[in-house]
Design a protein around this ligand. Structure first.
Ligand SMILES: [Zn+2]
Length: 244
C-alpha cells in the first residue's frame, strides 16, 4: 500500500510562526520524515512531498497547497496524510476529513483512529471535523478536494496548537514529534493493516535482496562465492537485516 506523506508548508511559507517557537513547517517536516521511516519499516510504500526544510523551491504558500494536493494522485498513492500543526487559539488535536465521509467513510475512520492514538499519548481530542465549500458541493480544503477527485482518502492532522503553551509543550522536542509519528503509524496499521516485509533468510536471498536495494553489484558472482566461502551467507543475511 502506497501512502503519500505531505509535510505542510515549507520553503517561503513557514506556516504558523510564533516568536521563540519552532515554525510549523519545521515541526511538520520532523513528524513527516519519522512517519515515513516508520511506515516503510512496517511494510508500507511511502512518497514524501518534501524531504527538506527549504523545499519545495519556488512555490508560494497557495501554490504549495495546490501542488501538494495533487501530489498523492501524481505518485499513485492510495492514501494521503497532510501533516499540520494548529494556531489561532485552541488546545488539543483535530483531524479534518473529507466531507463525503461525514456519515462514515475511510477518511473519517482514519481520523478517529488517529485521535484515539493521540489520546493514548496524552493529547486531548477536538474531534474529526468536516468543512464544506461555500456551495456545499465539495471539500473546502483544496488538498482534501483534490484527493477526493482522484478517489484517494485524505486527512489533515493538526496535532497541537503552536500558540498554546500547554499544547506546544507536547511538540517542542524531536522526541515528542517522533512519538506523534509513532501514534500515527499505529492508527494507519489499525485501519490499513499490511504484513511486515519478509527479510531474507538464506545467503542467496540476502544477496538478491541487497542487489535489489542497490547495496551490492554482481549478485550472481556472490551467489557463486557462497559455494566456496561458507560464512559469506551469514554475513549477507546479517547485512540484509539492517537494510530497509
Ligand atoms: Zn499548517
Amino acid at each position: 500500500m502506497k501512502i503519500a506523506i505531505i509535510a505542510g508548508h515549507g520553503g517561503v511559507d513557514t506556516g504558523a510562526n510564533i516568536t521563540g517557537r519552532t515554525p510549523e513547517a519545521n515541526i511538520n517536516l520532523d513528524v513527516a520524515l519519522e512517519l515515513g521511516r516508520l511506515l516503510s519499516a512496517a511494510g508500507y510504500e511511502t512518497a514524501q512531498y518534501r524531504n527538506a526544510y527549504d523545499a519545495p523551491k519556488g512555490l508560494n504558500g497557495t501554490q504549495i497547497i495546490d501542488d501538494s494536493g495533487k501530489f498523492p494522485a501524481r505518485v499513485g498513492a492510495e492514501l494521503a496524510i497532510h501533516i499540520h500543526h494548529n494556531a489561532g487559539g485552541g488546545v488539543g488535536a483535530e483531524i479534518w476529513a473529507q466531507v463525503a465521509d461525514e456519515r462514515g467513510g475511510p477518511s473519517k475512520t482514519l481520523g478517529e483512529a488517529l485521535l484515539s492514538e493521540y489520546k493514548s499519548i496524552g493529547q486531548n481530542s477536538r474531534g474529526v471535523k468536516f468543512r464544506w465549500n461555500s456551495t456545499n458541493s465539495a471539500d473546502y480544503f483544496g488538498v482534501l478536494r483534490h484527493a477526493k477527485t482522484s478517489g484517494i482518502p485524505a486527512v489533515i492532522t493538526e496535532y497541537a496548537f503552536l500558540d498554546n503553551g500547554t499544547d506546544y509543550a507536547k511538540i517542542d522536542t524531536l522526541e515528542k514529534r517522533r512519538a506523534q509519528a509513532a501514534a500515527m503509524l499505529r492508527a494507519v496499521q489499525k485501519v490499513y493493516p499490511v504484513s511486515a516485509p519478509q527479510k531474507p533468510k538464506t545467503g542467496e536471498e540476502a544477496i538478491r535482496y541487497l542487489a535489489a536495494k542497490g547495496r551490492i553489484t554482481a549478485p550472481d558472482y556472490w551467489v557463486e562465492m557462497l559455494g566456496i566461502v561458507k560464512w559469506l551467507g551469514d554475513m549477507f543475511v546479517k547485512w540484509a537485516e539492517d537494510v530497509q
